[in-house]
Design a protein around this ligand. Structure first.
Ligand code: IMP
Ligand code: MG
Length: 178
């Protein structure tokens, strides 16, 4: 596949993504009771596709919310994030699961995790479709991981290349050298 002057090859087909989500959902379904009050918090923009496909595989009638963060600019801001859209639900009586499409350095997740933890949910876990674990810069791991991946740049299924390509149903990896 070609985008601009860049070449991509298929990395995960629709069927493979579906299989990963089935397994992820099985594990979440096994860990929570039907009556547990679960709140899934999707990290915009990328996670909205995973969220839509994941909630339809869960047995509990989950509630959902979304957050959007940006990296703070300026000196000494490495790892500092701020909310563009904060969580809009009281998490106190809920089991919260943060939902990501991919974790890279983990800094976005660390920021969110700390903020949500401070609001005292009943429990707090993290689910991600993909995990670039070798690139982690913080001591935080996801509880539910669809697939561990390397350092390749991925697009499709919510993952963007300069805001494009999120709508592709499969996931593609950039070919080096392009
Ligand atoms: P982190 O804070 O470094 O973990 O960044 C995570 C965010 O970077 C993800 O939510 C994605 O939006 C973005 N990201 C990381 N890797 C990729 C990729 O391969 N393709 C597209 N976006 C990515
Ligand atoms: Mg992105």
């Amino acid at each position: 596949m070609q985008f601009d002057d860049r070449q991509f090859h298929e990395f995960l087909s629709e069927e493979e993504i579906s299989g990963l989500l089935d397994k992820l959902a099985d594990r979440i379904n096994a860990d929570y009771g039907m009556n547990d009050r679960i709140l899934l918090v999707g990290v915009l923009k990328g996670a909205f596709v995973v969220m839509a496909d994941l909630i339809r595989r869960l047995h509990s009638d989950v509630e959902i919310d979304f957050v959007r963060t940006v990296k703070a600019s300026g000196k000494d801001s490495e790892g500092t994030h701020t909310f563009l859209k904060d969580i809009s639900v009281d998490v106190k009586k809920r089991h919260v699961i943060i939902v990501e499409e991919i974790i890279d350095s983990g800094r976005t997740l660390q920021f969110l995790y700390d903020r949500i933890k401070a609001a005292k949910p009943l429990s707090l876990k993290v689910a991600t479709l993909l995990d670039k674990k070798a690139k982690r810069k913080v001591q935080l791991n996801a509880d539910y991981v669809g697939k561990e991946v390397g350092d390749e740049f991925l697009i499709g299924y919510g993952l963007d290349l300069e805001e494009k390509c999120r709508c592709l149903p499969a996931i593609y990896a950039l070919k080096y050298p392009n």
